[in-house]
Design a protein around this ligand. Structure first.
Ligand SMILES: NC(=O)c1ccc[n+]([C@@H]2O[C@H](COP(=O)([O-])OP(=O)(O)OC[C@H]3O[C@@H](n4cnc5c(N)ncnc54)[C@H](O)[C@@H]3O)[C@@H](O)[C@H]2O)c1
Length: 253
């Protein structure tokens, strides 16, 4: 039995990979041999992330992608199938958050969060799945959140979007199972990135979040990259439709 993870020769798209969690996922996939497409709207940071991976001996390239645009997604798919002839892995990770009470939240903020966090996952999966269906293999991993299961005040849009990702993961798993495509998700609790830096900088809020976390700390980037690499590997071939919490025990309390 060989339980080492290697993804040599695999072509992986990671969205929102210019920074934060997506960047760590991309670095993790590249570290075990995948060629990673750093797909993001932040062109300069995406380029830098790809360059750093290549400088470290990995394979990566940056590609401008707004995940809410099916036109841009279709161009990416056309580019990758032309260059590599396949797409093995899609990590639908790009996401945003804007905290506000529902009664104070501008409608456009609600729509924006749903559009990027949920509709973008649907658009990406719809664009890439036909390539995976034709090759009869593929892994799709979505970035959900513990807020897809639970919620806190000021997170109505975010929680709704992530609850949607959880269900979309189940549905895509059913629809794509016959094609040997596994669709799963990870549900991080708090991981220190740009998105959560403001929370950490607010002592009252940080203390409250730590109090709610059985492991009493935020997660590290490595701790979210590892589970994603696992879900993208052959070790997870019999897992599909599941959302894996990576949460320091948050959902147990
Ligand atoms: N950080 C956490 O604690 C945490 C916890 C749970 C879930 N998440 C989820 O993890 C994912 C990444 O979060 P993060 O903390 O790394 O955020 P981040 O703000 O550090 O990075 C998000 C990345 O997504 C990109 N992006 C935003 N909109 C995009 C679009 N339309 N198309 C392409 N790229 C786009 C940004 O340019 C950026 O590079 C999100 O889905 C978020 O909801 C984060």
């Amino acid at each position: 039995m060989d339980l080492n993870i290697r993804l040599d020769g695999k072509v992986a798209i990671v969205t929102g990979a210019a920074m934060g969690i997506g960047q760590a996922m991309a670095q993790g996939l590249a570290s075990v041999g995948a060629t990673v497409i750093i797909a993001d709207i932040a062109d300069e940071q995406a380029k830098k992330t790809a360059e750093d991976i290549v400088a470290g001996g990995g394979q990566a390239e940056a590609y401008h992608l707004d995940t809410t645009s099916s036109v841009e997604y279709n161009s990416l798919v056309e580019y990758l199938t032309g260059k590599y002839g396949k797409i093995d892995i899609l990590v639908n990770n790009a996401g945003i958050n804007r905290r506000n009470l529902t009664v104070n939240m501008p409608e456009e903020d609600f729509r924006k969060i749903i559009e990027i966090n949920l509709t973008g996952v649907w658009i990406g999966s719809k664009a890439v799945a036909p390539v995976m269906m034709a090759q009869k293999s593929g892994k799709i991993v979505n970035t959900c959140s513990i807020m897809g299961y639970a919620s806190l005040p000021e997170l109505s849009a975010y929680s709704a979007s992530k609850g949607g990702v959880l269900q979309l993961t189940r549905n895509l798993a059913l629809e794509l199972a016959d094609y040997n495509i596994q669709v799963n998700a990870v549900a991080p609790a708090y991981i220190l990135t740009e998105l959560t830096a403001k929370l950490k900088a607010n002592p009252a809020m940080y203390e409250d979040l730590i109090r709610r976390t059985p492991m009493k700390r935020f997660g590290t980037l490595e701790e979210i990259a590892g589970p994603v690499v696992f879900l993208c590997s052959d070790l997870a071939n019999y897992m599909t439709g599941h959302t894996m919490p990576v949460d320091g025990g948050w959902l147990c309390s």
